[in-house]
Write a protein that binds this ligand. Structure first.
Ligand SMILES: [Zn+2]
Length: 256
């Protein structure tokens, strides 16, 4: 029997059954402070690496565990998003790469128009890509609601909107790993691999979404998941363009 230092209840085991405080206390060392922070607040160490590997090997298990309210085994979708976004920005910083250059090549690879059309269209594109690079950390997140809508539409009645949002947040966040690998490859070889990284991200998305709910993937399920991504992406680009046009028209009218 040990007395809890937080709520004074006497009990056995590793944790206080009343408030969750650890009963066997560790020495106050720098190691303790750093591991308490990374474990408890960031869910790093075991939780983070277990989630990251899990999302590579069997994404449906990680996401289903979270949807079943298991908060011990894996890091939550919001925590995963925040940690992965930070990791991405740190990688950009460490390698001394510019977000703008990366986006330019990505846009070209995704078949978006670049460097063609009238001066007015070019100015519009400049202002869009300028905005995108200034808000880069949010852009991959912007796709999340569209993908959720796409899944909601193409996989009718399977899950609630919130459940789909959780699933898409995990999957979309996880593709940051491919971006990070792409950035390192670019730094070491000078070769822009972002089109391959985009393709790999797409294959991952199709594979992972296709594995729901039973963990089995067929070519048909894979194609349906890919179609979902394409429909969502078109919807995303259309919305973004429409917003940009409205903005340009509005600013133009305002200037006169
Ligand atoms: Zn207690």
């Amino acid at each position: 029997m040990e007395k809890c230092i937080n709520c004074s209840l006497e009990s056995g085991g590793n944790y206080c059954p009343n408030c969750g405080q650890k009963l066997h206390l560790k020495k106050l060392t720098l190691r303790y402070i750093s591991s308490e922070f990374t474990d408890r607040w960031l869910g790093l160490d075991t939780k983070f690496s277990r989630s990251a590997w899990g999302l590579f090997l069997h994404p449906e298990r990680v996401i289903t565990a979270y949807l079943n309210r298991n908060s011990v085994r894996y890091i939550g979708p919001l925590g995963y998003y925040i940690v992965m976004t930070a990791l991405m920005l740190i990688t950009f910083e460490l390698l001394g790469l510019e977000v703008a250059d990366f986006l330019k090549s990505t846009n070209e690879n995704l078949g978006l128009p670049s460097g063609s059309g009238s001066a007015r269209q070019l100015a519009l594109q400049e202002s869009i890509s300028g905005w995108v690079s200034r808000n880069f950390r949010f852009v991959s997140a912007l796709l999340i609601p569209f993908l959720t809508l796409g899944v909601q539409w193409l996989y009718r009645k399977k899950r609630s909107f919130l459940e789909n949002l959780v699933m898409i947040t995990y999957l979309q966040t996880h593709t940051i790993w491919f971006l990070i690998v792409g950035l390192f490859t670019f730094k070491w070889t000078g070769f822009w691999v972002s089109q391959y990284m985009t393709i790999i991200s797409l294959i991952y998305f199709g594979w992972a979404l296709g594995r729901f709910n039973d963990g089995k993937i067929t070519f048909r399920k894979f194609l349906k998941a890919l179609l979902t991504w394409i429909v969502s992406y078109i919807l995303f680009i259309l919305t973004l363009s429409l917003m940009a046009i409205v903005l340009v028209v509005f600013i133009g009218a305002f200037k006169k």
